[in-house]
Design a protein around this ligand. Structure first.
Ligand SMILES: [Zn+2]
Length: 90
């Protein structure tokens, strides 16, 4: 049993630091531990990675507070994503 699991909400708040390599090793380990157990957050991190890559291509600076707020809003929408439809056989 994991004593201190990282909540999805916490992960969202750390994702930009994680992608920028700014997380402390202990936090990074916990972050990746959560990713290993939470495929939803894996998808989310990949989405944010692409957003940051696109944003940094336009403006080579750190994300503005407004941009980070948009990411947090995106997270709220992401949490309401429906699971993929079941496979149909036949
Ligand atoms: Zn999660």
């Amino acid at each position: 049993m994991i004593a201190e699991d990282l909540a999805c909400q916490e992960l969202v708040e750390l994702v930009t630091d994680y992608l920028e390599g700014a997380l402390a090793p202990c936090r990074r380990a916990r972050f990746e531990q959560h990713l290993a157990a939470c495929p939803f957050c894996v998808t989310y991190v990949e989405q944010i990675r692409q957003i940051i890559t696109t944003a940094s291509a336009v403006a080579p600076q750190r994300l503005s507070p407004a941009a980070q707020q948009r990411l947090l809003r995106a997270f709220r929408g992401w949490h309401s994503l429906e699971p993929p439809p079941p496979h149909e056989s036949g």
